[in-house]
Design a protein around this ligand. Structure first.
Ligand code: CP
Ligand code: NVA
Length: 337
């Protein structure tokens, strides 16, 4: 898409801001670790000083196509776009798949004539990559069966704000090696946090993504550990993360999965193997009594609503970066930022 422009005297941050303009966010791998760090820096600034960024997306039109239900993702995109002065259009695709009525490439070539950005929640990851391949405007993955990058970036902001620095943080994820686990593994290792994943045998995260995360970890000084023992995964962790055992589209498997995943429930006993200061994380929606016990998710150690809040700030940052929402108009950093 649009070529990177490096302008004289650019700071590392402004370089990375500029370098993502016009690109897509389909996988966490679409951003370098510097670009991810800059997106989090901008998100933190937007969270601290939202009024400074009002109007920054004025004149921008963004469409949201969702094949699956959503509370957080839909509303944080819509509220975020609105608060930045842009316009959003929600298209409910839960009754028929995107591409059922006409080809994805024709949809893409229509949208690029009217709209500035596309946000997609799909079943098939390929629907997002195909849209991105054909549309000359940025495409953002708002969850596919393979990845949930906006969630993982919000989770990294949550950990960063809690621990101060992601490097050295040890994150444990227990449960299903799903879209959330895949993006989490990539985001953590890209930013220097180590991750230990505990799943039942046969439910490990995607093999290619695990390999990519190991490569990112080798560069950032982090590590990736995939095991089939929940206690081994959680031992000594600074944060313990879980997600539903049956993702959207896997409802038919829910009863069977409940039996298979039962030893991976994050209850007080399993949580007690983590560090004393450990926090509990969940992307939500949660099923109390299945993947997490009420006593853990509703305890003072739980940061699930910080994660949910940070979806808003991170997605505002992503939109501004990809859509070049008045980058030149960014307020100067305050002296103590
Ligand atoms: N965590 C998350 O993506 O929530 P929704 O499915 O409600 O958007
Ligand atoms: N893994 C879950 C995440 C929901 C936000 C799903 O895909 O349904």
């Amino acid at each position: 898409m649009i070529a990177t422009t490096v302008f004289p005297g650019a700071s590392p941050s402004s370089y990375a801001y500029r370098s993502v303009t016009g690109r897509d966010l389909i996988s966490i791998q679409d951003f370098s670790s510097d670009e991810l760090a800059c997106a989090l820096e901008l998100a933190a600034a937007m969270k601290a000083r939202p009024a400074d960024f009002r109007g920054i997306l004025s004149g921008k039109q963004i469409v949201l196509f969702f094949e699956k239900p959503s509370l957080r993702t839909r509303l944080t995109f819509e509220a975020g776009i609105n608060s930045l002065g842009g316009a959003s259009f929600f298209v409910d695709q839960t009754q028929s798949r995107l591409g059922a009525r006409e080809s994805l490439s024709d949809v893409a070539h229509n949208l690029e004539r009217w709209i500035d950005g596309i946000v997609l929640r799909t079943f098939a990851h390929e629907a997002v990559t195909t849209m991105a391949q054909h549309a000359a405007i940025p495409v953002i993955n708002a969850l596919s069966d393979m990845e949930h990058p906006c969630q993982a970036m919000a989770d990294m902001l949550t950990l960063q704000q809690h621990f101060g620095d992601l490097r050295g943080v040890r994150l444990a994820y227990v449960g299903d090696g799903n879209n959330v686990a895949n993006s989490l593994m990539l985001a953590a290792t890209s930013l220097g946090a180590s991750i230990s994943i505990g799943t039942p045998r046969g439910y490990e995260p995607d093999a290619a993504i695990t390999e990519a995360a190991r490569e990112l970890a080798a560069v950032s000084g982090a590590s990736v550990n995939v095991v089939n023992d929940p206690i081994e995964a959680v031992a000594g962790a600074d944060a313990v993360y879980t997600d539903v055992w049956a993702s959207m589209g896997q409802e038919d498997e829910a009863a069977n999965r409940s039996k298979i995943f039962a030893p991976f429930q994050v209850n007080q006993k399993l949580f007690s193997y983590a560090a004393k200061h450990a926090v509990f994380m969940h992307c939500l929606p949660a099923h109390r009594g299945d993947e997490v016990a009420t006593a853990v998710i509703d305890s003072p150690r739980s940061v699930v609503f910080e994660q949910a809040e940070n979806r808003l700030h991170v997605q505002k940052s992503i939109l501004v970066l990809l859509l070049e929402g008045g980058i030149h108009r960014f307020p100067p950093r305050s002296a103590n930022a």
